[in-house]
Write a protein of this length. Structure first.
Length: 205
């Protein structure tokens, strides 16, 4: 069984949990708590191979034991960097994050293999409130050698699933001979994920 580790990054409220939960459960669940970092795990078959996938979502608020981007770069096989197309500041955070991943990577043992980064503009259903043009996302992705997607976790299951499968596929190509690395926190089972989702406090859109 191959292991695959993906970190889902982005500023508060961009829809990181929504995307992960959509992928894992096919459902869009509107409200999630954000007071702790989360690790989700899932087994899946990609290109005929069994993959044990771990998805890490850091806590976007100040919390104990928070991992640094440097830790995440050592740990992850790939990054999904999310912003909200109706929130320009989240795009600027995504830009800074992508920049940092590329910069920090140069100082690690992984510098020979460019980290796989997918830049994702979420909340496409809010295009009437759009603050970030599609072309801006495309341009940023081109500049930093990322793949770019715009979608809505609220409305698009297929697109969300496609992104995660592509990420796993691409990351598995680049990680075959890779050393095992420390992970930033403990793992959550699917049952815990469901409890977590339903136990989370409510936030408004
Ligand atoms: N309209 C719309 N709302 C969305 C979408 N995705 C997520 N949301 C909403 O955005 C809010 C934040 O979503 P989360 O998934 O908690 O975002 P997050 O990035 O995990 O937030 P933190 O954990 O606080 O960092 C919630 O109210 C979601 O219902 C989307 O595609 N469209």
């Amino acid at each position: 069984m191959n292991e695959m580790k993906i970190a889902v990054l982005g500023s508060e409220g961009v829809g990181k949990s929504a995307l992960i939960v959509r992928f894992l459960t096919r459902r869009f669940i509107g409200e999630y708590a954000s007071s702790s970092e989360c690790m989700y795990s899932k087994r899946l078959s990609v290109d005929g191979r069994q993959i044990s996938l771990e998805l890490y979502e850091p806590c976007s608020q100040a919390c104990d034991g928070k991992s640094t981007l440097n830790d995440q770069i050592h740990w992850a096989d790939g990054f999904i960097v999310v912003y909200d197309i109706s929130d320009r500041s989240s795009f600027l955070t995504a830009k800074a994050t992508v920049h940092l991943i590329r910069d920090l990577q140069l100082g690690t043992a992984k510098r020979d293999v460019e980290s796989i980064i997918f830049l994702v503009g979420n909340k496409q259903d809010l295009c009437h409130m759009r603050e970030v043009r599609h072309e801006e996302g495309q341009r940023l992705a081109g500049e930093f050698h990322c793949q770019f997607y715009e979608l809505s976790a609220a409305e698009h299951y297929q697109e969300v699933a496609l992104i995660f499968s592509k990420m796993v596929h691409n990351a598995s190509m680049g990680s075959k001979a890779k050393e095992r690395r420390r992970r930033p926190s403990g793992s959550k089972s699917m049952a815990k994920l469901i409890n977590n989702v339903f136990g989370k406090r409510r936030k408004s859109v």
